[in-house]
Ligand binder design. Structure first.
Ligand code: NAD
Length: 370
């Protein structure tokens, strides 16, 4: 098994270094190879996704990605901006399914802006279709309007579209994911805007059809505006949420913030053969880059998702997740999740603590079995 390690820019290099140390500590049989991506790759090779980086990512079983971007690249032509590397990887690897779990750790209940009783025990999974919808639909552009409210005026337009196979495959991913979850109520909520958009009536019809293949998983449908409300009103009502690219972009960020800190949230983007790109949900945080204060846990938890979904090592994934829980239980916190009565640590110390918790779990296991 091979992992392409792409740290990227800003805090990307700091947090990925900790995730790599955690993976090393597992002493499993896989190879890791690092390459430049984003602004760092642009500076060195004149392109945010150089050929060699893309080749490595394609050949690997999984990509562990940090974050890309810095304000200093904002004036570059769009094709050279660091963020284009992510779009390029998604497109070239066919990563159509984005998984974003929003889990509220018991120890971090107070970090959320919602009341503790609303989010204690929260464990939901947002699945966002990643390669279709209005973000990729053609035609798009600017032109002179020939009709509408202001004929003759300058206008801009995009195209929302989904094909049947695109909806079928993301629906199947959602139903399969719901089946694998340990929750008692296996349920998929499909989020759409079928009352207004033709594309999403089509989406709803197809998800309903696919749902019939999964009689053990309950299916309900919700309009996106209501879903946005319900996510803050009663988030624990949800189990798996599946939706299109644009609605998923917005709802997954909203769900992320239910748990308090973006520094805790992993994500996975998978293709049809379970090859995946694993990254924290946050960006490169240029405001704290180089200070050694970034929270590495989202990246470490992304590595756990990688072990589970692409490398078929679910036990190793469980070990990482348990180690993170025990580190939080011990009261260590990076600045983003710090609160009165807990101990503030930096990126490296947080990584050290997870590595130590992993080894102590091995010692405990050995002493029990021995
Ligand atoms: P951001 O997620 O980088 O930062 C938002 C805020 O959260 C900042 O205050 C930051 O300090 C904090 N933060 C983020 N991650 C943290 C962590 N692990 N620990 C502690 N605090 C953390 O979003 P932004 O500031 O809007 O964007 C900065 C750059 O990142 C931009 O260039 C943007 O394009 C890029 N970006 C990249 C990705 C990606 O690589 N997938 C995603 C989003 C934004």
């Amino acid at each position: 098994m091979k992992i392409a390690v792409l740290p990227g820019d800003g805090i990307g290099t700091e947090i990925v270094a900790e995730a790599v140390r955690v993976l090393d500590a597992l002493e499993l049989d896989f190879e890791m190879e690092t390459a430049l991506v984003g602004g760092a790759a642009y500076d060195a090779h004149g392109h945010p996704l150089p050929e060699a980086t893309l080749k490595l990512a394609k050949e690997a079983d999984a990509v562990l990605f940090g974050a890309v971007g810095d304000w200093k690249y904002d004036t570059l032509e769009r094709q050279f901006r660091p963020e284009q590397a992510i779009l390029g990887l998604r497109k070239n690897l066919g990563l159509f399914a984005n998984f974003r779990p929003a889990i509220c750790y018991e120890q971090l209940v107070d970090a959320s802006s919602l009341k503790p009783e609303l989010i204690a025990g929260l464990d939901i999974l947002i699945i966002r279709e990643l390669t279709g919808d209005i973000y990729f639909g053609q035609p798009r552009g600017r032109r002179t309007a020939v009709d509408g409210h202001f004929p003759g005026a300058e206008e801009a337009f995009d195209t929302m579209r989904y094909s049947r196979p695109e909806v079928e495959r993301i629906a199947r991913v959602a139903f399969e994911a719901a089946r694998k979850r340990s929750k008692r109520s296996k349920r998929v909520t499909s989020v759409d805007k079928a009352n207004v958009l033709e594309t999403f009536q089509f989406w709803k019809d197809i998800v309903t059809e696919v749902g019939k293949e999964y009689p053990d998983v309950a299916l309900d449908h919700m309009y996106v505006d209501n879903a946005a409300m319900q996510l803050v009103k009663e988030p624990k009502k949800f189990d798996v949420v599946v939706t299109g690219n644009m609605f998923g972009d917005i709802l997954s960020d909203e769900a992320a913030m239910l748990t308090g800190s973006i520094g805790m949230l992993p994500s996975a983007s998978l293709n049809a053969s379970s090859q995946g790109l694993y990254e924290p949900s946050h960006g490169s945080a240029p405001d704290i880059a180089g200070k050694g204060v970034a929270n590495p846990l989202a990246t470490i938890l992304s590595a756990a998702m990688m072990l589970r979904f692409s490398l078929q090592q679910p036990e190793a994934a469980d070990r990482i997740e348990s180690a993170v829980k025990s580190v939080l239980a011990s009261g260590l916190r990076t600045g983003d999740i710090w609160s009165e009565g807990t101990k503030r640590v930096g990126t490296r110390e947080m990584g050290d603590a997870v590595v130590a918790a992993l080894s102590s779990s091995v010692i405990k296991k050995t002493s029990i079995t021995g």
